[in-house]
Design a protein around this ligand. Structure first.
Ligand SMILES: [Zn+2]
Length: 68
């Protein structure tokens, strides 16, 4: 697993630490909320565990192609 400090960028990691406005919320499914950073374009998933960067395929599978 990739350490949190190596995921996304400084800007979107601050979201989880300082509650900034990045990454932006894009949708939720099956109890997980998905976000995308406007700077580094990383997708984030916040489920029952700590937030982590996920790949686009995961987001497409969860939210559907029309919303990503
Ligand atoms: Zn970022």
């Amino acid at each position: 697993m990739i350490p949190f400090r190596e995921q996304g960028c400084d800007y979107c990691r601050e979201k989880w630490i300082y509650r900034s406005d990045q990454p932006g919320f894009i949708g939720e499914a099956d109890g997980s909320r998905f976000y995308r950073c406007a700077l580094c374009r990383s997708y984030w998933e916040l489920g029952f565990d700590y937030p982590s960067v996920v790949d686009r395929q995961r987001v497409l599978a969860m939210l559907g192609t029309g919303r990503v």
